[in-house]
Design a protein around this ligand. Structure first.
Ligand SMILES: Cc1cc2nc3c(=O)[nH]c(=O)nc-3n(C[C@H](O)[C@H](O)[C@H](O)COP(=O)(O)OP(=O)(O)OC[C@H]3O[C@@H](n4cnc5c(N)ncnc54)[C@H](O)[C@@H]3O)c2cc1C
Length: 340
């Protein structure tokens, strides 16, 4: 499990980093997603390294270059911008988010979700950008080279077979990060830096829903900032997470809810993670909840919508049926908690 050899580059500015990425992007296909499964060589971005390094040890990636973005000051910090939105640099650590007074007060569901990631030591290194861009996971993929060789490779890496959905052409590896569902509920936007300057889009548009090419992020782009809008500040929220080891583990199912509630629900969002190839907002949940007083039966109706949105397959040690049922239970509980 030693690291493969690579060359290390550490730019001091965002423009320098983008120029290096641009230099290593194949001119023929600059719009290609960053990581086709068969790719060897190339360049990988590293932030906290808490996911990339273990994956490199498992020979899931063998990049020729590793681009360390940690010296780029523009990517750091939490700041309120004119108009009242809150901006988080992509290098903001999960510990900073968990402890930030302004986030705990205005966007409590984000602080709560960040607090459930891995362990305190990992959260000190792990960044919000890395969490948003986290690779998808599958019991057939996140294994050593030896293990994968002995079972036969899969679509996501080195093979053409899906062990989860045999005969299928799609990769079903699950997106398993904790903060994105909270950010989706808060209607967060992201700013992406690239050679043509920055572009801004809703976080929900970053994800493709494909387990292998998971993001609409080009090879020459870097996630720079996350913007939390003023309009969802002070919404009450809750995050519930299923994991095997309570002290340190990825979500096998996770539910975030955020609601604006003045006796009656004004607006609400529900999002799930760990059960689909992308984190997803539960469609029609906001419409169902808005204008009503929260009750157990209303929460159960919304929980049905969430369970139907979840499409877990056998990508982890727990059964898909159990994980879908847990989404239902967690949604109901999270709504009742957020609703006070
Ligand atoms: C034991 C263990 C337990 C874990 N448990 C959890 C858990 O419970 N929940 C959870 O969500 N995660 C978990 N993780 C995964 C990981 O620690 C976190 O997701 C973390 O937030 C990743 O951030 P990072 O900065 O370390 O990312 P890195 O490892 O540096 O990068 C992760 C990916 O994002 C890309 N990337 C990073 N920053 C950018 C950027 N600014 N722009 C474009 N691409 C970028 C990298 O190229 C890489 O593909 C766990 C990891 C370990 C080792």
């Amino acid at each position: 499990m030693s690291l493969p050899e690579f060359k290390f580059v550490r730019p001091q500015s965002l423009s320098e980093a983008v120029a290096i990425l641009q230099q290593h992007s194949p001119a023929a296909d600059p719009l290609a997603p960053r990581r086709p499964p068969e790719e060897r060589g190339g360049i990988e971005i590293i932030a906290g390294g808490t996911d990339l390094i273990p994956s490199m040890r498992q020979r899931l990636f063998e990049p020729e270059f590793v681009l360390d973005i940690r010296a780029i000051r523009e990517l750091r910090g939490i700041r309120e911008v004119p108009g009242g939105d809150l901006e988080l640099g992509a290098l903001t650590t999960l510990t900073e988010i968990e402890r930030s007074a302004i986030i705990r007060q205005r966007y409590p569901v984000l602080a709560e979700a960040a607090r459930t990631v891995a362990s305190p030591v990992i959260r000190n290194m792990a960044t919000i950008g890395g969490n948003i861009c986290l690779d998808t996971r599958c019991v057939w993929y996140n294994q050593s080279l030896q293990w994968r060789k002995s079972c036969g490779f899969c679509i996501k890496k080195d093979g053409d077979l899906c062990h989860v959905a045999p005969g299928g052409q799609k990769c079903w590896a699950a997106f398993s990060a904790d903060t994105p569902p909270a950010l989706l509920c808060l209607e967060a936007e992201i700013e992406i830096a690239g050679p043509a300057g920055p572009r801004r889009l809703p976080l929900s548009e970053l994800y493709t829903g494909e387990g292998d090419a998971r993001m609409n992020l080009r090879r020459n782009e870097i996630l720079a900032r996350i913007i939390l809008p003023r309009r969802t500040a002070n919404w009450r929220g809750a995050y519930r997470k299923l994991r095997i080891r309570g002290s340190i583990d990825y979500p096998l199912a996770g539910v975030a809810v955020a609601i604006e509630n003045n006796g009656h629900i004004q607006q609400a969002n529900i999002a799930i993670t760990g059960v689909n190839p992308a984190p997803v907002l539960v469609k029609r949940a906001g419409g169902l909840l808005a204008g009503k007083a929260l009750s157990e039966s209303l929460a159960a109706e919304a929980a049905d919508l969430a369970a139907r949105t979840a499409k877990p397959l056998t990508t982890s040690a727990l059964t898909p049926e159990y994980r879908r049922e847990i989404v239902r239970v967690f949604t109901r509980r999270a709504l009742m908690e957020a609703g006070g």
